[in-house]
Design a protein around this ligand. Sequence first.
Ligand code: SF4
Length: 228
Amino acid sequence: MPRTPLPEIIRKLRARYGPPKRMPASGPFELIVWENVAYLVDDERRAQVFRALKQRAGSTPQAVLRAPKKLVLELIGPGGMNPAQRFEKLRAASETMIEIGLARMRTLLRENAAEAKKLLKRFPGIGEPGADKILLFCKSQPTLAPDSNAVRVLVRLGYGKEHKSYAQTYRSVTEAVRAELPRDYNWLIIAHQLLRRHGQETCKRSAPRCEECPLTADCAWYLARWGR
Ligand code: SF4
């Protein structure tokens, strides 16, 4: 079956969900804080915790290191399990960013995305997908950086293949979509957010809600089961 072009998929998702909310974190360090400030909570809660930390303690590496432990634990407490571990990760991320230099990281993001990616993977909680996401939101490399929800949607639509290892599945999907990606970062960020939301709310792992999905005619998974 010929695949529906990605822009058409994203157009349909935008019609269903509307324009995504703006990400509260910006720049490489805030995006690393965003990943580590909360654990297994929804985006709204993560945003509340992130904003509280930014407003009351600060969101630079120096501010995070300067802030009293008691205050940081109080601020990140509502962000899910293991606040003490998250606190340590925030401190480790701050130390690593000071060692690398925020200015150097910003320069690499502008001029050498591959090198920036290597350095980003040194931070806690940042693997290949996390590094790609930071490259995307910093407008450094045109990638879709799909999270696990978006990867599931894309595999079902027919992009790439599911493998035993998530890392392999991720690579297979990002490879399969690459040729269709424009160099329009705003579009890519919106596509990233819409595919994630679709996976979270409709194309769920164990029980996808295909009956309310606008992509049934475009979906290899659906057509293999229910199509004519
Ligand atoms: S039709 Fe079903 S499986 Fe396919 S994208 Fe929609 S919800 Fe997911």
